[in-house]
Design a protein around this ligand. Structure first.
Ligand code: FES
Length: 118
C-alpha cells in the first residue's frame, strides 16, 4: 500500500455532500457519512458521472447521473452490476485532517487529470 497523504481538513467536508479533491493527479472525492470519512475516485465507474456533484447517504455516494448508489466501503453498487466497482482508498482521520493512500498511477481518463473539468 502507498503512504497516507493529507487530503483535506475534515471540517471542510460537510455531512452528505462529497467534496472534490485532486491527489496524485487523480480526481477524487472525500465523503462525510455522519462523521465517518471516505475517499474514492471522483468519476463514476458506470458512465463517468461527476460524483462530486452527487450526495452521500446511508453509507453510499449517489451518482447524479443515473442515481446509482456506490457503497463507500466496498465500491460496489446495489444495481446487480458486479463488473462496475468504484475505487475506494484507505483513509483515516488524524488531528482533524483526512489522510488517504492514493496510488501514483497514470490517469485513466481526462477526467482523472483535472477535477475542474467536472
Ligand atoms: S454515470 Fe453514474 S450511475 Fe450512471
Amino acid at each position: 500500500m502507498c503512504d497516507l497523504v493529507p487530503v483535506i481538513a475534515a471540517d471542510r467536508v460537510p455531512v452528505g455532500k462529497p467534496v472534490r479533491v485532486q491527489v496524485n493527479d487523480r480526481c477524487c472525492i472525500v465523503c462525510n457519512d455522519d462523521g465517518s470519512f471516505h475517499v474514492t475516485d471522483g468519476v463514476c465507474p458506470h458512465a463517468g458521472g461527476p460524483l462530486g456533484e452527487g450526495e452521500v447517504r446511508d453509507g453510499c455516494v449517489v451518482c447524479p447521473v443515473h442515481y446509482w448508489p456506490w457503497d463507500l466501503k466496498t465500491g460496489l453498487t446495489d444495481e446487480n452490476m458486479p463488473d462496475f466497482r468504484l475505487r475506494v482508498y484507505p483513509c483515516e482521520l488524524r488531528d482533524g485532517t483526512v489522510y488517504a493512500a492514493i496510488p501514483h498511477e497514470p490517469p485513466r481518463t481526462n477526467y482523472d487529470l483535472d477535477c475542474r473539468q467536472r
